[in-house]
Ligand binder design. Structure first.
Ligand code: SAH
Length: 199
């Protein structure tokens, strides 16, 4: 198997290990197996599984990775990261969602996740640098703190764009010397990143 096929299979195992129906509200449970985004309350959504899988693959995690996630939401993506990485640091700005996700992830037995409620655009400087960073809400421009907190040779995946119609998923790679190279992956639709931190 090639390296990328191995990575895909490893990510797929993690996706299979996480019961999506536990992360959606009871009234959405019959649709939990569909490959669509679903409402999770507080005007937010859980992404479709195929996009979660794709974004996770782009992070190229290893069992020793420390990963930062902005936008805990339901905690579904968080659980998949926690299956694959050594440690996950996740930030959510809406306390109701943050509390619910924390309770569920603890109930499911994950002990490698650290939670914070607040503005993720500032990152988590005390825990930086991170080998991988994933943002699951769309900013107009990339918050500079997040690029700063990416480790050399690290990867950051984030949707950027002001309106849902024009959003694009980006991958930023930081090289060994600290230079950042960004490229477009595909068009996407995410809820907005709500931040007081002006890039
Ligand atoms: N990955 C999530 C998707 C959640 S939707 C899942 O699997 O369910 C995006 C989330 O980003 C929302 O919960 C929203 O409240 C949160 N968010 C928006 N702006 C944020 C910010 N500045 N800091 C942290 N979280 C933010």
């Amino acid at each position: 198997m090639s390296g990328s096929a191995q990575l895909r299979a490893w990510v797929e195992r993690a996706v299979q290990a996480v019961p999506r129906k536990r992360f959606v509200p009871p009234e959405q449970r019959s649709r939990a197996g569909d490959d669509t985004a679903l409402p999770i309350g507080c005007a937010q959504t859980i992404s479709q599984p195929s996009l979660v899988r794709y974004m996770t693959e782009q992070l190229e995690l290893t069992p020793t990775s420390r990963v930062l996630e902005i936008g805990t939401g339901s905690g579904y993506q968080t659980a998949i990261l926690a299956e694959l990485a050594a440690a996950v640091f996740t930030i959510e700005r809406i306390p109701t969602l943050a509390g619910r996700a924390r309770g569920l992830l603890q109930e499911l037995g994950y002990d490698n996740i650290s939670f914070r409620t607040g503005d993720g655009a500032r990152g988590w400087p005390e825990a930086a640098p991170f080998e991988a960073i994933i943002v699951t809400a769309a900013a107009v421009r990339m918050p500079p703190a997040l690029l700063d907190q990416l480790a050399p040779n690290g990867r950051l995946v984030a949707p950027l764009g002001g309106t849902q119609e024009t959003q694009m998923l980006f991958r930023f790679d930081k090289d060994a010397s600290g230079q950042v190279h960004g490229r477009e992956l595909c068009g996407v639709r995410f809820v907005p990143l709500v931040t007081a931190t002006e890039p």
